[in-house]
Ligand binder design. Structure first.
Ligand code: 0O2
Length: 276
C-alpha cells in the first residue's frame, strides 16, 4: 500500500487518539479543580506503527482492505491508575459516556493471563469529524495500575527481545514478579485512604503556597518595599513551620490586604472616571 494511502487511513486514528487524550486529561483537571481525587493518574496514547499493523495483519491473516474492521487496536489509549479500585471507577466513567460506545470488554485483572499480564481492556467505537465527514473508528483502551504498567512494559520488552520465545528462567522470574505486583497492588489498596490523605494535604499545601505567592506578587505592585519585606518575612517564618492552619490564615490576611487595594483602586475609578 502506498504511503499516501496509509496516511489517509491513519489520519482519523491520530485525530481520535489526540481527542480522547484531551478528554481524559480534562477529566483529571475537573477532578482536581473540584478538590476531588482523580481515579486517572496518567493518560498515554499512540497510533500503531504501519509495520506493527502489517505484522499483526499477517499474523491474523487479515487482508489489508479489512484491517480497519479486523484490527481493533490501531488507535490505543492507556489509562494508568494508582489503585485497582480506580480501574473499575474509570470503566464506569467510560460506560456512562455518550461519545464512546463499548464494543468489547476483557477483564485481565480478575482473569490474569497465563503470562502474568493484568489490565482491563475495552474496545470502544469513537466518532471523529474529518474533511470527508464523520468516521467511526475502533479504539483499544487499556486500563491498569502503575504497578501493572511497570510489569507489562518490562515483559513486553522481553517478548520483543526474544521474539516471543522468552527463556524459561526469565519467564519464571517474570511470573514471580507478576505475583509480587498483585501483592503490591493489594498492599497499596489496603492503605489507600492514608495515601489519599497524604496526597490531598500535599496538593492543598501546594495550591495554598501558589495562591500566597500570587498574592505577594500582585501586592508587590501596589505596596511599598518595607511592607513587602515584612510580608515576605512573615511568609518565610510561617512556611518554615509547615503549619497548614497558619498558612491558611496568612493567605486570608493577604486576600484582605489585596481586596482593600482592589477596592481603593475601584473607588478611584468611580470617583474620577480614570485611574489616578
Ligand atoms: P502491542 O505491541 O502492545 O500493540 P488482539 O489484539 O485481539 O489480536 P488479543 O491477544 O486477543 O489480541 O488481545 P488482547 O489479549 O486484548 O491483547 C491486546 C494487547 O494487550 C496487546 O497488543 C498488548 O498490548 C497487551 N497484552 C496482551 N497480553 C499481553 C501480555 O501477556 N504481555 C504484555 N506485556 N502485554 C499484553 P499487541 O498487539 O499484542 O501488542
Amino acid at each position: 500500500m502506498e504511503t499516501q494511502l496509509w496516511r489517509e487511513i491513519l489520519s482519523p486514528y491520530e485525530l481520535c487518539v489526540d481527542e480522547i487524550m484531551v478528554k481524559f486529561n480534562h477529566l483529571i483537571d475537573e477532578f482536581k479543580n473540584k478538590g476531588e481525587y482523580s481515579p486517572i493518574e496518567q493518560v498515554q496514547g499512540r497510533v500503531k506503527s504501519i509495520s506493527s499493523i502489517i505484522d499483526k495483519a499477517q499474523k491474523k491473516n487479515v487482508p489489508l482492505d479489512r484491517i480497519e474492521e479486523e484490527i481493533d487496536d490501531i488507535a490505543g489509549i492507556r489509562i494508568i491508575c494508582q489503585f485497582v479500585e480506580d480501574i473499575y471507577a474509570v470503566v464506569d466513567i467510560i460506560r456512562q459516556r455518550k461519545d464512546m460506545i463499548i464494543k468489547e470488554e476483557k477483564d485481565y485483572i480478575n482473569h490474569m493471563k497465563k503470562s502474568g499480564y493484568r489490565s482491563y481492556h475495552l474496545i470502544v467505537y469513537y466518532t471523529v469529524e474529518t474533511l470527508s465527514g464523520h468516521k467511526q473508528v475502533q479504539v483499544e483502551i487499556q486500563i491498569r495500575t502503575l504497578a501493572m504498567n511497570f510489569w507489562s512494559t518490562i515483559e513486553h520488552s522481553m517478548q520483543y527481545k526474544y521474539k516471543g520465545a522468552v527463556p524459561l528462567d526469565i519467564r519464571r522470574r517474570l511470573s514471580r514478579a507478576a505475583d509480587a505486583v498483585i501483592i503490591l497492588d493489594q498492599e497499596m489498596s489496603a492503605i489507600k485512604n492514608e495515601i489519599k490523605e497524604a496526597q490531598d494535604s500535599f496538593r492543598m499545601k501546594a495550591s495554598m503556597v501558589a495562591d500566597i505567592l500570587t498574592n505577594i506578587h500582585s501586592l508587590s505592585k501596589v505596596i511599598d518595599e518595607e511592607e513587602l519585606n515584612e510580608i515576605q518575612k512573615e511568609f518565610d517564618s510561617i512556611y518554615k513551620d509547615q503549619n497548614m492552619e497558619e498558612l491558611a490564615k496568612f493567605n486570608q490576611k493577604l486576600d484582605k490586604i489585596a481586596e482593600s487595594y482592589h477596592l481603593q483602586s475601584l473607588s478611584s475609578i468611580n470617583n474620577f472616571g480614570f485611574r489616578r
